[in-house]
Design a protein around this ligand. Structure first.
Ligand SMILES: Nc1ncnc2c1ncn2[C@@H]1O[C@H](COP(=O)(O)OP(=O)(O)OP(=O)(O)O)[C@@H](O)[C@H]1O
Length: 337
Protein backbone atom coordinates (compact mmCIF):
# COMPACT_ATOMS: atom_id res chain seq x y z
CA UNK A 1 0.00 0.00 0.00
CA UNK A 2 1.33 3.44 -0.86
CA UNK A 3 1.74 5.94 1.95
CA UNK A 4 -0.81 8.06 0.11
CA UNK A 5 -3.66 5.60 0.73
CA UNK A 6 -3.83 5.70 4.50
CA UNK A 7 -7.21 3.99 4.62
CA UNK A 8 -7.80 1.45 1.88
CA UNK A 9 -10.88 -0.70 1.21
CA UNK A 10 -11.14 -3.00 -1.78
CA UNK A 11 -14.43 -4.82 -2.35
CA UNK A 12 -15.14 -4.97 1.40
CA UNK A 13 -18.28 -6.84 2.46
CA UNK A 14 -20.02 -7.58 5.74
CA UNK A 15 -22.84 -10.06 5.91
CA UNK A 16 -24.69 -10.69 9.17
CA UNK A 17 -26.57 -13.90 9.86
CA UNK A 18 -29.83 -12.98 11.50
CA UNK A 19 -32.21 -15.50 13.10
CA UNK A 20 -35.81 -14.44 13.42
CA UNK A 21 -38.43 -16.27 15.47
CA UNK A 22 -41.31 -17.08 13.13
CA UNK A 23 -43.29 -19.57 15.24
CA UNK A 24 -43.22 -21.59 18.47
CA UNK A 25 -40.09 -23.57 17.59
CA UNK A 26 -39.45 -22.09 14.20
CA UNK A 27 -36.63 -19.76 13.40
CA UNK A 28 -35.92 -18.29 10.04
CA UNK A 29 -32.34 -17.61 9.01
CA UNK A 30 -31.73 -14.52 6.98
CA UNK A 31 -28.64 -12.76 5.77
CA UNK A 32 -28.23 -9.00 6.01
CA UNK A 33 -25.67 -7.56 3.62
CA UNK A 34 -24.75 -4.49 5.67
CA UNK A 35 -21.75 -3.54 3.52
CA UNK A 36 -21.77 -4.65 -0.09
CA UNK A 37 -18.48 -4.51 -1.98
CA UNK A 38 -17.26 -1.09 -0.90
CA UNK A 39 -13.99 0.26 -2.30
CA UNK A 40 -12.33 3.57 -1.47
CA UNK A 41 -9.04 5.06 -0.37
CA UNK A 42 -8.38 8.00 1.91
CA UNK A 43 -4.96 9.66 1.72
CA UNK A 44 -3.15 10.73 4.86
CA UNK A 45 -4.37 14.08 6.19
CA UNK A 46 -7.71 14.14 4.36
CA UNK A 47 -11.02 14.92 6.07
CA UNK A 48 -13.80 12.88 4.47
CA UNK A 49 -17.52 12.76 5.16
CA UNK A 50 -19.14 9.33 5.20
CA UNK A 51 -22.88 9.71 5.02
CA UNK A 52 -26.06 7.82 4.27
CA UNK A 53 -29.55 7.15 5.64
CA UNK A 54 -30.19 5.09 8.77
CA UNK A 55 -29.13 1.48 8.35
CA UNK A 56 -26.95 2.29 5.30
CA UNK A 57 -23.89 0.52 6.71
CA UNK A 58 -21.83 3.45 8.06
CA UNK A 59 -21.29 2.14 11.61
CA UNK A 60 -20.55 -1.35 10.27
CA UNK A 61 -17.82 0.15 8.06
CA UNK A 62 -16.33 2.07 11.00
CA UNK A 63 -16.43 -1.05 13.18
CA UNK A 64 -14.49 -2.93 10.49
CA UNK A 65 -12.00 -0.05 10.28
CA UNK A 66 -11.35 -0.30 14.01
CA UNK A 67 -11.14 -4.11 13.96
CA UNK A 68 -14.25 -4.65 16.14
CA UNK A 69 -15.85 -6.50 13.21
CA UNK A 70 -14.14 -8.78 10.69
CA UNK A 71 -15.13 -8.27 7.02
CA UNK A 72 -16.89 -11.20 5.32
CA UNK A 73 -14.95 -10.43 2.14
CA UNK A 74 -12.59 -8.00 0.45
CA UNK A 75 -9.41 -6.33 1.62
CA UNK A 76 -9.10 -3.60 4.22
CA UNK A 77 -6.02 -1.77 5.52
CA UNK A 78 -5.51 1.19 7.85
CA UNK A 79 -1.95 2.52 8.03
CA UNK A 80 -0.90 -0.73 6.37
CA UNK A 81 -2.50 -2.79 9.18
CA UNK A 82 -5.28 -5.35 8.79
CA UNK A 83 -7.57 -4.07 11.60
CA UNK A 84 -9.25 -7.33 12.61
CA UNK A 85 -5.93 -9.23 12.76
CA UNK A 86 -3.97 -6.59 14.66
CA UNK A 87 -6.59 -4.69 16.54
CA UNK A 88 -4.38 -3.79 19.52
CA UNK A 89 -1.51 -2.53 17.38
CA UNK A 90 -3.94 -0.45 15.34
CA UNK A 91 -5.60 0.96 18.49
CA UNK A 92 -2.45 2.98 19.17
CA UNK A 93 -2.81 4.72 15.83
CA UNK A 94 -6.54 5.44 15.69
CA UNK A 95 -9.02 7.43 17.76
CA UNK A 96 -12.77 6.83 17.78
CA UNK A 97 -15.64 9.01 18.97
CA UNK A 98 -19.22 7.73 18.98
CA UNK A 99 -21.54 10.70 19.50
CA UNK A 100 -24.26 8.64 21.12
CA UNK A 101 -22.01 6.72 23.48
CA UNK A 102 -19.20 7.82 25.73
CA UNK A 103 -15.86 6.14 26.31
CA UNK A 104 -15.48 8.10 29.56
CA UNK A 105 -16.13 6.64 33.01
CA UNK A 106 -19.55 7.96 33.97
CA UNK A 107 -19.06 8.39 37.72
CA UNK A 108 -15.48 9.61 37.68
CA UNK A 109 -14.23 13.15 37.27
CA UNK A 110 -13.15 13.78 33.68
CA UNK A 111 -9.45 13.90 34.58
CA UNK A 112 -9.60 10.38 36.06
CA UNK A 113 -10.75 8.97 32.70
CA UNK A 114 -7.75 10.63 31.09
CA UNK A 115 -5.42 9.17 33.73
CA UNK A 116 -6.84 5.70 33.03
CA UNK A 117 -6.29 6.17 29.31
CA UNK A 118 -2.76 7.34 29.96
CA UNK A 119 -2.08 3.92 31.47
CA UNK A 120 -4.23 1.86 29.08
CA UNK A 121 -2.49 3.25 26.00
CA UNK A 122 0.89 3.36 27.76
CA UNK A 123 1.38 6.96 26.66
CA UNK A 124 4.83 8.22 27.71
CA UNK A 125 4.44 10.68 30.63
CA UNK A 126 5.84 13.76 28.90
CA UNK A 127 3.74 13.19 25.79
CA UNK A 128 0.60 12.62 27.87
CA UNK A 129 1.11 15.87 29.80
CA UNK A 130 1.83 17.83 26.65
CA UNK A 131 -1.21 16.44 24.79
CA UNK A 132 -3.48 16.89 27.80
CA UNK A 133 -2.45 20.55 28.21
CA UNK A 134 -2.96 21.25 24.54
CA UNK A 135 -6.36 19.50 24.36
CA UNK A 136 -7.60 21.11 27.59
CA UNK A 137 -6.74 24.50 26.15
CA UNK A 138 -8.09 23.93 22.65
CA UNK A 139 -11.31 22.30 23.84
CA UNK A 140 -11.71 24.63 26.83
CA UNK A 141 -11.90 21.80 29.36
CA UNK A 142 -10.01 23.45 32.25
CA UNK A 143 -13.05 24.07 34.45
CA UNK A 144 -14.49 20.63 33.73
CA UNK A 145 -11.61 18.32 34.65
CA UNK A 146 -12.83 17.72 38.22
CA UNK A 147 -16.49 17.32 37.28
CA UNK A 148 -17.93 13.77 37.16
CA UNK A 149 -18.79 12.90 33.57
CA UNK A 150 -22.47 12.32 34.37
CA UNK A 151 -22.80 15.98 35.38
CA UNK A 152 -21.46 17.33 32.07
CA UNK A 153 -23.77 18.77 29.41
CA UNK A 154 -23.89 16.94 26.09
CA UNK A 155 -21.59 19.50 24.43
CA UNK A 156 -19.09 19.38 27.31
CA UNK A 157 -19.15 15.59 27.30
CA UNK A 158 -18.54 15.52 23.56
CA UNK A 159 -15.50 17.78 23.94
CA UNK A 160 -14.33 15.51 26.75
CA UNK A 161 -14.75 12.45 24.51
CA UNK A 162 -12.86 14.06 21.63
CA UNK A 163 -9.94 14.85 23.94
CA UNK A 164 -9.99 11.25 25.21
CA UNK A 165 -9.77 9.95 21.64
CA UNK A 166 -6.75 12.16 20.90
CA UNK A 167 -4.60 11.77 24.03
CA UNK A 168 -2.46 9.11 22.38
CA UNK A 169 -1.85 11.18 19.21
CA UNK A 170 -3.74 8.98 16.74
CA UNK A 171 -3.03 9.50 13.06
CA UNK A 172 -6.63 8.87 12.12
CA UNK A 173 -9.84 9.84 13.89
CA UNK A 174 -13.22 8.21 13.22
CA UNK A 175 -16.09 10.41 14.31
CA UNK A 176 -19.60 8.98 14.39
CA UNK A 177 -22.16 11.82 14.72
CA UNK A 178 -19.89 14.14 16.75
CA UNK A 179 -22.36 17.05 16.70
CA UNK A 180 -25.60 15.13 17.32
CA UNK A 181 -27.84 16.92 19.82
CA UNK A 182 -25.42 19.82 20.30
CA UNK A 183 -26.51 23.47 20.32
CA UNK A 184 -25.24 25.84 17.65
CA UNK A 185 -22.35 27.18 19.75
CA UNK A 186 -21.12 23.73 20.81
CA UNK A 187 -21.37 22.53 17.20
CA UNK A 188 -19.22 25.36 15.90
CA UNK A 189 -16.69 24.82 18.71
CA UNK A 190 -16.33 21.15 17.82
CA UNK A 191 -16.03 21.96 14.10
CA UNK A 192 -13.47 24.69 14.74
CA UNK A 193 -11.39 22.29 16.81
CA UNK A 194 -11.49 19.57 14.13
CA UNK A 195 -10.39 22.05 11.48
CA UNK A 196 -7.43 23.08 13.62
CA UNK A 197 -6.52 19.50 14.44
CA UNK A 198 -6.51 18.57 10.77
CA UNK A 199 -4.55 21.67 9.70
CA UNK A 200 -1.95 21.57 12.48
CA UNK A 201 -1.39 17.86 13.01
CA UNK A 202 -2.46 16.50 9.65
CA UNK A 203 -4.82 14.03 11.35
CA UNK A 204 -6.85 12.00 8.85
CA UNK A 205 -10.55 12.25 9.72
CA UNK A 206 -13.48 10.07 8.67
CA UNK A 207 -16.69 11.78 9.70
CA UNK A 208 -20.13 10.20 9.84
CA UNK A 209 -22.97 12.63 10.33
CA UNK A 210 -26.58 13.43 9.52
CA UNK A 211 -25.76 17.14 9.53
CA UNK A 212 -24.77 18.32 6.05
CA UNK A 213 -23.31 21.49 7.57
CA UNK A 214 -20.67 19.37 9.33
CA UNK A 215 -19.61 18.15 5.91
CA UNK A 216 -19.91 21.52 4.25
CA UNK A 217 -17.70 23.19 6.84
CA UNK A 218 -15.14 20.44 7.27
CA UNK A 219 -14.84 18.10 4.33
CA UNK A 220 -13.76 18.68 0.77
CA UNK A 221 -14.90 15.18 -0.10
CA UNK A 222 -17.99 13.19 0.78
CA UNK A 223 -18.87 9.54 0.29
CA UNK A 224 -22.49 8.45 0.32
CA UNK A 225 -23.54 4.90 1.02
CA UNK A 226 -26.98 3.40 0.93
CA UNK A 227 -27.99 -0.24 1.35
CA UNK A 228 -24.32 -0.99 1.91
CA UNK A 229 -23.26 0.34 -1.49
CA UNK A 230 -21.24 3.36 -2.49
CA UNK A 231 -23.55 5.80 -4.21
CA UNK A 232 -21.28 8.80 -4.59
CA UNK A 233 -17.69 9.79 -3.91
CA UNK A 234 -16.66 13.37 -4.66
CA UNK A 235 -17.04 16.99 -3.58
CA UNK A 236 -20.18 18.06 -1.68
CA UNK A 237 -21.16 20.52 -4.42
CA UNK A 238 -21.18 17.62 -6.88
CA UNK A 239 -23.51 15.69 -4.59
CA UNK A 240 -25.97 18.55 -4.68
CA UNK A 241 -25.75 18.56 -8.47
CA UNK A 242 -26.21 14.82 -8.75
CA UNK A 243 -29.12 14.96 -6.32
CA UNK A 244 -30.42 18.19 -7.84
CA UNK A 245 -31.15 19.17 -4.28
CA UNK A 246 -32.36 22.56 -3.20
CA UNK A 247 -31.65 24.76 -0.23
CA UNK A 248 -34.20 27.13 1.20
CA UNK A 249 -33.69 30.80 1.94
CA UNK A 250 -36.17 32.06 4.52
CA UNK A 251 -36.49 35.86 4.39
CA UNK A 252 -38.34 38.17 6.77
CA UNK A 253 -39.29 41.40 5.01
CA UNK A 254 -40.38 44.65 6.62
CA UNK A 255 -43.92 44.16 5.31
CA UNK A 256 -46.09 41.81 3.28
CA UNK A 257 -45.04 41.88 -0.35
CA UNK A 258 -45.90 39.92 -3.50
CA UNK A 259 -43.52 36.98 -4.11
CA UNK A 260 -40.05 38.46 -4.59
CA UNK A 261 -38.10 37.80 -7.77
CA UNK A 262 -34.46 36.72 -7.57
CA UNK A 263 -33.91 33.94 -10.12
CA UNK A 264 -32.87 31.15 -10.11
CA UNK A 265 -34.50 31.12 -6.64
CA UNK A 266 -38.27 30.76 -6.63
CA UNK A 267 -40.76 31.55 -3.91
CA UNK A 268 -42.38 28.35 -2.64
CA UNK A 269 -44.34 29.75 0.30
CA UNK A 270 -45.48 33.14 1.64
CA UNK A 271 -46.80 33.79 5.15
CA UNK A 272 -47.30 37.50 5.94
CA UNK A 273 -43.92 39.23 5.63
CA UNK A 274 -42.04 35.89 5.60
CA UNK A 275 -41.17 34.20 2.30
CA UNK A 276 -39.50 30.85 1.55
CA UNK A 277 -37.30 30.66 -1.55
CA UNK A 278 -35.97 27.40 -2.96
CA UNK A 279 -32.70 27.57 -4.87
CA UNK A 280 -30.31 24.97 -6.34
CA UNK A 281 -28.02 23.82 -3.53
CA UNK A 282 -24.96 24.15 -5.74
CA UNK A 283 -25.62 27.92 -6.14
CA UNK A 284 -23.88 30.34 -3.79
CA UNK A 285 -26.19 31.42 -0.96
CA UNK A 286 -24.02 34.52 -0.39
CA UNK A 287 -24.74 35.92 -3.87
CA UNK A 288 -28.47 35.32 -3.46
CA UNK A 289 -28.54 36.88 0.02
CA UNK A 290 -26.70 39.98 -1.28
CA UNK A 291 -29.24 40.40 -4.07
CA UNK A 292 -32.25 40.05 -1.77
CA UNK A 293 -30.68 42.52 0.68
CA UNK A 294 -29.98 45.06 -2.10
CA UNK A 295 -33.40 44.86 -3.75
CA UNK A 296 -35.87 44.26 -0.91
CA UNK A 297 -36.57 45.67 2.59
CA UNK A 298 -34.95 42.81 4.51
CA UNK A 299 -35.23 42.36 8.30
CA UNK A 300 -33.79 38.88 8.83
CA UNK A 301 -32.94 35.69 6.95
CA UNK A 302 -31.70 32.14 7.34
CA UNK A 303 -30.58 29.36 4.99
CA UNK A 304 -31.93 25.84 5.47
CA UNK A 305 -29.95 22.88 4.19
CA UNK A 306 -31.68 19.87 2.65
CA UNK A 307 -31.35 16.84 4.90
CA UNK A 308 -29.30 13.88 3.80
CA UNK A 309 -32.33 11.65 3.28
CA UNK A 310 -33.80 14.18 0.82
CA UNK A 311 -30.53 14.53 -1.08
CA UNK A 312 -30.19 10.78 -1.38
CA UNK A 313 -33.81 10.26 -2.37
CA UNK A 314 -33.35 12.79 -5.17
CA UNK A 315 -30.09 11.16 -6.18
CA UNK A 316 -31.89 7.82 -6.60
CA UNK A 317 -34.67 9.43 -8.62
CA UNK A 318 -32.14 11.19 -10.87
CA UNK A 319 -30.13 8.01 -11.44
CA UNK A 320 -33.25 5.97 -12.18
CA UNK A 321 -34.32 8.59 -14.71
CA UNK A 322 -30.91 8.58 -16.37
CA UNK A 323 -30.87 4.80 -16.51
CA UNK A 324 -34.31 4.78 -18.07
CA UNK A 325 -33.24 7.36 -20.66
CA UNK A 326 -30.19 5.27 -21.48
CA UNK A 327 -32.52 2.32 -21.98
CA UNK A 328 -31.02 0.38 -19.13
CA UNK A 329 -33.51 0.77 -16.32
CA UNK A 330 -32.44 -0.99 -13.12
CA UNK A 331 -29.02 0.61 -12.91
CA UNK A 332 -30.06 2.91 -10.09
CA UNK A 333 -28.20 2.22 -6.89
CA UNK A 334 -24.94 1.22 -8.55
CA UNK A 335 -21.80 2.86 -7.29
CA UNK A 336 -21.18 6.00 -9.27
CA UNK A 337 -17.78 6.94 -7.96
N1 LIG B 1 -24.72 -7.06 14.69
C1 LIG B 1 -25.63 -7.01 13.71
N2 LIG B 1 -26.40 -8.10 13.45
C2 LIG B 1 -27.31 -8.08 12.45
N3 LIG B 1 -27.54 -7.02 11.65
C3 LIG B 1 -26.82 -5.91 11.87
C4 LIG B 1 -25.83 -5.84 12.90
N4 LIG B 1 -25.26 -4.61 12.88
C5 LIG B 1 -25.87 -3.93 11.88
N5 LIG B 1 -26.79 -4.70 11.27
C6 LIG B 1 -27.64 -4.33 10.12
O1 LIG B 1 -26.79 -3.88 9.09
C7 LIG B 1 -27.35 -2.76 8.41
C8 LIG B 1 -26.39 -1.58 8.49
O2 LIG B 1 -26.33 -1.11 9.85
P1 LIG B 1 -25.36 0.07 10.34
O3 LIG B 1 -25.52 0.20 11.81
O4 LIG B 1 -24.01 -0.13 9.79
O5 LIG B 1 -26.01 1.34 9.62
P2 LIG B 1 -25.73 2.89 9.82
O6 LIG B 1 -25.55 3.43 8.44
O7 LIG B 1 -24.63 3.11 10.78
O8 LIG B 1 -27.11 3.41 10.41
P3 LIG B 1 -27.44 4.55 11.52
O9 LIG B 1 -27.29 5.86 10.81
O10 LIG B 1 -28.84 4.24 11.86
O11 LIG B 1 -26.47 4.35 12.65
C9 LIG B 1 -28.70 -2.52 9.05
O12 LIG B 1 -29.66 -3.20 8.28
C10 LIG B 1 -28.57 -3.16 10.42
O13 LIG B 1 -29.80 -3.59 10.89
Amino acid sequence: MSDEAFIELDGVEKVFDVRKKTGFLKRERRQVRAVDSISFTVPRGEMVGYIGPNGAGKSTTIKMLTGILTPSGGRLRVAGIDPSRERTRLAHRIGVVFGQRTTLWWDLPLIDSYKLMHRMYRIPDARYRENLDRLVELLDLGALLDVPVRQLSLGQRMRGDIAAALLHDPEVLYLDEPTIGLDVISKSRVREFLRELNAERGTTVLLTTHDLQDIEQLCSRVMVIDHGRMMYDGPLAGLHEVGESERTLVVDLERELPPIEVPPARVVKVEGPRQWLAFPAAESAAVLVARVAAEYPLVDLSVREPDIETVIAKMYAEQAEQAEKAGSAGNAGKAIS
